[in-house]
Ligand binder design. Structure first.
Ligand code: MEV
Length: 421
């Protein structure tokens, strides 16, 4: 399919049988028959055994597709891997509402990661810090000698910063090397550089370099996503006001902010996992960034535009890669990246942030109107029906009856099953 003709807007995708959904995605993303087969296969044990230690088997999670996403004018079908119900549906619905006003727009910084070198046992920290800065050029050259390929592609060590910190053990220095990691997540490149620089830093400072490791507070690798959510589609300006009242609590109260941000991470982690990226790194960066002004707060902001529509913005560090790591080894991660059709890590970062914003909008929208339990009930009722012994068409029938009665209990499901089987 020609890229410009592709539309990710599909109504009733959730009602299609799995086979039809797979056919749709296969056509959309030009998947081969081999790639199509991956949807129903597991990671092979040999690959798993090369990924981690002491392997016994594999652990499967559902892989779904969020539809309706338009980001910077381009349509995307977004693969999401998650165990929680309602997340994929919520992202798709939010993307549908955002589409009315043009979809998501994003911007992001260069893919700059920070590597830390902690220097202890220094007699004169100010002199030592100056000495590091005086040799910035040589230190950057030495760092770049570690990764000629990265440099060839326009990346590499770009800058050096020195911080002096007070600690219970006395003053210490933390030198930061700033590395453009291009399309990689960057941990390997940055850690290798930090280790290579340590002897020179010790010589320059007369101290001992203890830690040499990247920082997951990737605050120089920031992505911003923005969307306008149509007030009519939301149910009118009163609902927009209710939404903003709900959001405000997350902006002033860490107890609510943690839950609010968890909703954002529902969307973000799902895409991060589907593409074989490191969700712990993203989580660590997100929550540290949410505390950057001294109090943990919401990662997103919402306000009304002059027409009364709701504007949502999300700003978050995004250390994602499309080359190297598990994303290269895991066949399904490679497949998910093909479905996304991404060309750079920045494009992936922009999609991930948009999904995070969509997810957050959907959760707060539900919370400020009908609550979230309604959305959860349909799948929950189906699971209860299966537990009661139902299969095939009976699952839907029993689930519908349970929802109608407002009594989604196993005992009742068993009764209905015995009545109609
Ligand atoms: C549940 O996984 C996520 C929510 O709690 C997020 C929120 O409260 O905003 C619904």
């Amino acid at each position: 399919m020609n890229d410009s003709k592709k539309s990710s807007q599909v109504s009733g995708f959730y009602k299609m049988p799995i086979k039809k959904r797979v056919e749709f995605v296969k056509k959309y993303a030009n998947l081969t028959n081999e790639e199509e087969k991956l949807f129903s296969s597991c990671l092979d044990l040999e690959t798993a055994d090369r990924m981690i230690e002491n392997v016994l088997g594999t652990f499967e999670l559902p892989l779904g597709i969020a539809v309706n996403f338009k980001i910077n004018g381009k349509d995307y079908l977004v693969p999401m891997t998650i165990e929680e119900s309602s997340v994929v549906a919520a992202a798709s619905n939010a993307a549908k509402i955002a589409r009315i006003q043009g979809g998501f727009t994003t911007e992001c910084t260069d893919p700059l990661m920070i590597g830390q070198m902690q220097v202890v046992k220094i007699d004169d920290v100010a002199k030592a810090a100056q000495s590091i800065m005086n040799h910035k050029k040589e230190l950057l050259e030495l760092a770049n000698a570690q990764d000629k390929i990265l440099v060839k592609f326009g990346g590499g060590a770009k800058d050096l910063e020195v911080r002096i910190l007070d600690s219970p053990l006395g003053k210490m220095i933390v030198a930061h090397i700033i590395v453009d990691v291009r399309d990689a997540m960057g941990a390997n490149a940055v850690n290798t550089m930090c280790e290579a620089l340590a002897p020179m830093v010790e010589e320059l400072t007369g101290g001992k370099v203890r830690l040499k490791i990247l920082s997951n507070l990737a605050d120089k690798r920031i992505v911003k996503a923005k969307a306008v959510f149509d007030k009519e589609k939301m149910g009118g300006e009163k609902i927009v006001d209710a939404f903003i009242q709900s959001y405000i609590l997350a902006s002033i109260d860490p107890y609510r902010a943690a839950t609010h941000n968890k909703g954002i991470m529902n969307g973000i982690d799902s895409v991060i996992i589907a593409t074989g990226n490191d969700f712990r790194a993203i989580e660590a960066g997100a929550h540290a960034y949410a505390s950057r002004n001294g109090q943990y707060t919401s990662l997103s902001t919402y306000y009304k535009d002059k027409n009364g529509n709701l504007v949502g913005e999300l700003e978050i560090p995004m250390a994602v890669g499309i080359v190297g790591g598990a994303g290269n080894i895991h066949p399904k991660a490679r497949l998910c990246k093909k479905i996304l059709g991404i060309k750079t890590a920045q494009e992936l970062a922009e999609i991930v942030a948009s999904v995070g914003l969509a997810q957050n909008f959907a959760a707060v929208f539900a919370l400020s109107t009908v609550g979230i339990q309604k959305g959860h009930m349909s799948l929950h009722a189906k699971n209860i029906a299966v537990m009661a012994g139902a299969s095939g068409d009976l699952i839907e029938k029993i689930a519908n009856q349970l929802i109608k009665e407002g009594n989604i209990k196993l005992d009742r499901a068993k009764e209905i099953f015995n009545e109609i089987k």
